[in-house]
Ligand binder design. Sequence first.
Ligand SMILES: CC(C)=CCC/C(C)=C/C=C/C(C)=C/C=C/C(C)=C/C=C/C=C(C)/C=C/C=C(C)/C=C/C=C(\C)CCC=C(C)C
Length: 651
Amino acid sequence: MLRYYQVLLYTVIPPIALLGYLYSPLFSRRDGLKIVWLALMATLWTTPWDNCVSLPSVPFPFLPIHPQAWSYPPHSVLFTIYHVPIEEHAFFILQPILLVLLHSILTLRHMIPLRIPQQVKAIKTEEMKSLMKSRGGFEKVQTLRRRPLMAGFWIALTALGFTILFGPTSIQAAIPQDIAGNGWTLNDKTRAFYLGCILAWISPVIALLTYLGARSMDLKGERWTYVVGIGYLWFVDTVGIRSQAWQISEQTTLGINLWKGLPIEEAIFFVLTTHLILLSSSLISHLHTLLFLAPPPYYSSRCPPKNPVRHIILLSRLVLDPPDVDTGVLHALCASEETLRKGSKSFTLAKLGWEREIRCGLVAVYGWCRITDNLIDESTSQRESQHMLQMMKGFLDCAYADAEGTQSVDDFLSNNVPESAFPAFHLFSRLLPPMIPRHAFDDLVQGYEMDLSFTATNDGDGSDIVQRSPIKTQDDLILYADRVAGSVADMICHLAWAVMEDEYGSKPNPGRKKILEKAREMGQALQLVNIARDIRTDAILQRLYIPLDTFDDRQADLDALLDNALGSPDYARYTLPLLRTAKKLRQGSADDIERLPRTARAGTRAMVASYFEIGKEVERRGGRLDVERVKVSKWRRIGAVLRCFWGWSTT
Ligand SMILES: CC(C)=CCC/C(C)=C/C=C/C(C)=C/C=C/C(C)=C/C=C/C=C(C)/C=C/C=C(C)/C=C/C=C(\C)CCC=C(C)C
């Protein structure tokens, strides 16, 4: 025999603690609100009902019958509030916590927590630009469509519940008799009492949520949440009943058991409560995504209010009048995520460590950085590269222009941006300017400019690389690394603040200045690792990022590196000092990751760790570089990410 609190202590608290720990790096204000709201709703909605169904032999209000659906042996409970044990009140709250955590973890990999509408899927990425030109923009789509038919189904179940409770005996007589072969007849009105109570109690709330457009089975992870969540709650209930922590009345149940200790009503009860909680959880996630993708005119920030009451009011307004989403933005977001999945292993792995809304912004940032880098790399002449640089600057002018800007960003996109780069530029223009200040992107473009100096008059003999190279000193190297990678770290910080902290827009903040400095140093460190790994391949392209003034015998070093196809220079002389500097920069800034908003820390730590594995691998090989570019296995990256995810290790 177990007492009620022991059942909770042994079966419900441990999985909550485990899931809570696993999800802790990503647990944000948005999740907190979900739990508070659901715990409140569960208590308000369930307490009166629970008191009624467990009333001991007091006439059931308004009912000709006074059955008791379940009861508690006197030894089992600590104390009751009216008729409901305190442990049961705790259970109302623990069940939503358990399910919300499970839902959050199992749907973590879905960056957009909603079903992508057909109109968005129908767009072809390579035709986005012509589509926008021909239609003068992308159509808007409502992702939170009302579902009156499905709501009607739940209203019908509500009606069935009330009919079972209050209806004429003839309706009950229509149900086949002796279903379970155990001798009861449904003419005995009380046998369906518990089932009727469940349907009448929970179906109206499900009807409301369904009408509002909530859906909770569209994502693969959601379907798993049902299987695992319901299965586990059935197990808890079986433990409770078999150990006599609570008892189900035989007079008020149909007598059908799924297995010993799990009456069919109990099974249905946990299926329906799970469904209700998952509908609410996915609806609230959907609303947060809408706030990020299409903030309504009355609330321009992407960051929900810190005050929970204002947060709830905002979500209520959103659910009553959900904003339409630009189909182009949604499509470009999906396309960018897919491109990055194929192109960047570190990012793909690490992005799971950022809260969902930060992740959407990061996909937009990374997508733009990658595509602009490709535009420069794939240019066939110096002129074309310069043209691309001017195009990027022009784009930034338009995207960040105030109301009096000379050219609209849409005109610019239609007339100047190449077809292949259009989705990333379009996404940028719609999402990033209000969140990330322009200077970080300007820095990146200046980094590209530095890169272009290498190819200014590239005749391949190395003779003029000394004049062309923008990296003559260690300071030049750090400046370059800062522009191409420190700038990205800067963007990530601003994004995290915009999504998590800047409810009223960002204001000058001296504390942030220090964090930005350190973040940029971390970006520089990552770039140095990159440079060390790619010395060989870059030299083939006549690019040399090692400061010229660090060479002992400059001509001999240049010959050795640039002519690497002929021999195998001693790369360790160049890679190891770079990696040492990278490590020093990392050590100096790793602690400052902990000063970012909480839900941006794990992803940042994970990305750094995954990237630094490359540096460790070069070190492990004694600094040597082979013809094959140094690669790190997926499992090794995963190991590094896992060590950093919960902050067990920062290096
Ligand atoms: C098992 C049985 C039955 C018997 C034996 C004894 C026992 C163990 C008992 C137990 C019990 C329990 C656990 C219970 C539970 C319950 C629950 C969980 C309930 C729940 C409920 C919930 C609800 C009502 C919810 C609702 C929700 C809503 C309404 C939502 C909405 C939303 C929206 C509108 C959106 C927006 C947002 C905001 C505003 C925030």
